[in-house]
Write a protein that binds this ligand. Sequence first.
Ligand code: MG
Length: 403
Amino acid sequence: MKRVIFLVDMNAFYITCEMSRRPELWTRPAAVAGDPAKRTGIILAANYPARSFGVKTAMTMGEALRLCPDLMCVPPDHAFYNEKSEAFMSRLACYSPMIEKNSIDEAWLDMTGTEHIFGTPVAAAEIIMHDLKENLSLWCSIGISDNKFLSKMASDMKKPLGITTLWHAEIPEKLWPLPVNKMWGIGEKTSAKLKSLTILTIGDLAKADLRQLTQRLGDFSVALHQKANGHDHTALTIHEEDDMKSIGRSTTLVKDVYHVEEVRNVLMSLAEDVGKRARQHRKKGNTVQIQIKFNDFTSITRQVQLPTATCYTQDLFETAYALMQVHWPVKKGVRLVGISLSHFAESQAHQMSIFDLPHNKSIYQKPDESHRKIDEVMDQIRQKYGADKIARASLLKPKEPSD
Ligand SMILES: [Mg+2]
């Protein structure tokens, strides 16, 4: 049977995540960028209106604002992007159980044999694109071929909202004219070496003399030569949930923070994220760990064992916040905080080994059971309507005045 591999790549992922919860950003140039308050840092993702002014990823914010003075800059919210990424991966899982996540914003999907359910590969890609757009407000491009390399190359050919096939018969027309530095897996160094051999396009590479190539570039050029000819036998690496040793999330704060109360909401959002992932993977952990990175670039981790394994947001939040209070620095500012859950086991009935708070008060307090029900209900709503359709009241920010 002919293999059918999709590479689903989200367009302008971070900023599209922001647009999904702030519709006013759809019509104006906007970007997710380092530190808007200080007007420093770099552009992490620009939306399409901003791109029409020439604003690009990795550009400094100063440069971007010169090109587009009206650019609206939004600070990154990595916990939210991770949540959207997971929502997107779990929607893809409705189309095929064979998924390999390549990065936060893209994944391969083995669609072989699904034609009787979803129709032709292009029809299936249209269904997926529409699904992600309607239900998660995310845009994607989809590359279709019979292997990972060609589908990855195809996904880059038409953006945004592009569906591109790159079957073997289409290689001479679609792949070979591209400059060799556009080939996935070729960096600056390799492309400079290839240039010295007058190999300028992927087509030149495909037709190059293999002996000369290996002499100049070494054995790894054999795989490049094969890929340029459209051959890639790499199998998808399907993520095994049981391999998971810990589930963690951290986030860089928009500015240095000096008071622990100021990270309360951030911690709740991280706890929610970790808890949700743990519940999705049916994991309960005994160890809650926090990470604090200071503004002098030193960092610490501190952990506590819980008497009962948990996957509940409120348990994670309360434990992490209590640890954070104990270990909060006296003089330094904090620039990053994180939470993780580990030591997954069903039957570990641990003695409590504990950090005791001053006055011998245990750091861990038995949670109110009603919070578990809230987690369940929130998970169900998110599953059905998308990640951003529900949030805890403590996480809702007052609406910013529009400018
Ligand atoms: Mg990508």
